[in-house]
Structures are given as structure tokens and as C-alpha cells.
Design a protein around this ligand. Structure first.
Ligand SMILES: [Zn+2]
Length: 78
């Protein structure tokens, strides 16, 4: 279970989430987790307070996200 944040409801909720992997043309392999908000059904991303790559395996380096900057939800948009 992970903590997700719904931008529509501005609430956090806990869910299993769905893992999405893709290979970015510029940044290489990326991973992100999404889950559907239990209140509004919108796709939500991991809460930014949870640093998803605490295990350091998603390619973030020195605070500059190699997954595509603000588009990277797996690292909270670092
Ligand atoms: Zn919602």
C-alpha cells in the first residue's frame, strides 16, 4: 500500500496503486504509480511527501529528476 494524493479532492488516500513503466526517449526507463481516487475517481499520483525512490533505483540524481522533471510522479516532481 502507498499513499496517493488526489489533486481534485486535495486529499490523501491509501491504495495499492498501478505501476506504469515506460522508456522515455531522453531519460530512459521510468516508473510511476497511479491509483484511482476513492472519492472522485480521478487518477491520482503518489503523495509528494512519500519519496517513492527512497531505495534510489529510479534514476534520480542530485535532486535533478532524470525521469522528466515535473512529469515524473514517481519522485514527486524533483
Ligand atoms: Zn479525488
Amino acid at each position: 500500500m502507498s499513499i496517493f494524493y488526489c489533486d481534485t479532492c486535495h486529499t490523501k488516500f491509501e491504495a495499492e496503486g498501478v505501476k506504469t513503466d515506460w522508456v522515455d526517449r531522453t531519460y530512459g526507463p521510468c516508473t510511476r504509480w497511479t491509483a484511482l481516487c476513492p472519492d472522485c475517481g480521478e487518477e491520482s499520483q503518489l503523495a509528494k511527501t512519500v519519496h517513492a525512490h527512497a531505495d534510489g533505483d529510479d534514476g534520480c540524481e542530485g535532486g535533478s529528476c532524470s525521469c522528466g522533471g515535473s512529469g515524473c510522479s514517481s519522485c514527486g516532481g524533483c
